[in-house]
Design a protein around this ligand. Structure first.
Ligand code: HEM
Length: 407
């Protein structure tokens, strides 16, 4: 087989609809497998077993910063846009990563996040109230998107009315263009995102307040801790990571519960069981299917394969989370599963910084939905459900739902 041929289809509609038969075959037949990536030519190692994904995420020989895995002459020049908005913790390793993460991590500790519980609940209730008597809604646009987006924008200190523009920009950042025209549109949107964030910074520099954004501006002004590009990049990362993922936690969970009505009804009767159920829903169909690409910083022998310095790798979290060698009855949705060492938030140095917030939002959102919208279910045939073209993410385009209305 040539390197450009793909043994496993990891991008088609059928795969998106149900990736698990493919993942099962990969884990069994080719757990560390090199084939062409999305561009149809670059060979990428795909890793599908839990033990490998878990160990590689913690192994410092696999890095996020391509510069640590290549000779400078072999790297293409960094695009201007990436220089402006790509200088954040998730694109760095070692001390730079620690410095960038350290500047914001205090805002996301479980204690700080727990203080936000009443506010998150109020936002969830406020979004659902107008719909209660109606019997139907489009779950993503009406609820799953505005909830986490309002929360993260308020935390940072960004005007809430900019929510819908943020939705376009977040998509531009994550989407893979299907052709050159689409590529240009997405790039223009990302430039708009960068300009928007730069304007926010200048506004807050002039009028500091008591919010995360002002804290970051102060760190940038202190000079040695954060550059302006790093500041803009961090804001773009927080805004995007803070909403694109939790939206899909809520939507994927509602889809799973609609397919498992006995689980839905049991949870509706016992809200205290929701935190455990959220963990299981993250394992079962988490929003992030694949960790971001890693590069091998040196030659590595692994599982009978030779991974060369500079080779890119994709670690498939969604496959690891269904590995029967790690999870009993891995394909069964069991909200009482314990322990549940899923990898939906990644592992190691880049373990999701927003995990406490995402867990809180997931718990509050799902409990509010089940309490207010009895018999919540998907309102369209399964074949009408469409996934966004975001390789690496499990993101439905829309999720029409219905519920029982008295009278
Ligand atoms: C259910 C929702 C979420 C899921 C499933 C999720 C998943 C992940 C995963 C898998 C990673 C690691 C990526 C990798 O190693 O390649 C990550 C990193 C990250 N996440 Fe989340 N995330 C969620 C929500 C959030 C929220 C609400 C925030 C809030 C701002 C956030 C902020 C971050 C940040 C800043 C990083 C980078 C950490 C680092 O590089 O040290 N995430 N997330």
């Amino acid at each position: 087989m040539s390197e450009t041929e793909r043994r496993f289809d990891l991008y088609g509609d059928g795969f998106k609809r149900d990736p698990h038969p493919t993942f099962t075959a990969m884990r069994r037949e080719a757990p560390i497998w090199q084939q062409a990536g999305l561009d149809g030519s670059t060979p990428i190692w795909f890793v599908s077993r839990y033990a490998d994904v878990d160990a590689m995420l913690r192994d410092k020989r696999f890095v996020r910063d391509a510069a640590l895995a290549h000779d400078p002459a072999d790297l293409p020049p960094e695009p201007e846009l990436l220089r402006r908005i790509g200088q954040h913790m998730l694109n760095h390793d070692g001390v730079d990563h620690q410095r960038l993460r350290g500047l914001v991590s205090q805002a996301f500790t479980p204690r700080r996040v727990a203080e936000m519980r009443p506010r998150v609940r109020a936002i969830a209730d406020g979004l659902l109230e107008p719909f209660e008597g109606r019997g139907s809604m489009e779950l993503i646009g009406d609820f799953a998107f505005p909830l986490p987006t309002t929360v993260i924008l308020e935390m940072i200190g960004v005007p809430g009315e900019d929510r819908d523009r943020v939705r376009v920009w977040g998509n531009a950042l994550l989407a893979a263009p299907r052709d050159a025209d689409e590529g240009r549109v997405l790039e223009a949107q990302m430039v708009e995102f960068a300009d928007y964030v730069a304007a926010l910074v200048e506004e807050r520099r002039a009028h500091p307040q008591d919010d995360l954004l002002s804290g970051l501006v102060a760190a940038e002004e202190a000079g040695d801790r954060l550059s302006l590009d790093e500041l803009l990049s961090t804001l773009v990362l927080l805004i995007t990571a803070g909403h694109e993922t939790t939206v899909n936690l809520i939507a994927n969970a509602v889809l799973a519960l609609s397919r498992h009505p006995h689980v839905r009804d049991a949870l509706a009767a016992e809200p205290a069981a929701m935190p455990g159920a959220v963990e299981e829903l993250l394992r079962f169909d988490g929003p992030v299917e694949r960790a971001l690409n890693r590069w091998a910083a040196e030659d590595v022998e692994w599982g009978g394969q030779t991974i060369r310095r500079g080779d890119p790798l994709i670690l498939i979290l969604g496959s690891a989370n269904r590995d029967p060698d790690r999870f009993e009855a891995a394909d069964v949705l069991d909200p009482a599963r314990s322990p549940n060492p899923h990898l939906a938030f990644g592992k190691g140095a880049h373990y999701c910084m927003g995990a406490p917030l995402a867990r809180l939002e997931g718990e509050i959102a799902l409990n509010a939905l089940l309490a207010r919208l009895p018999g919540l279910r998907v309102a369209v045939p399964e074949e009408d459900l469409r996934y966004r073209f975001l390789p690496g993410f499990r993101a439905l385009e829309a999720l029409p739902v219905a519920w029982d209305v008295a009278g």
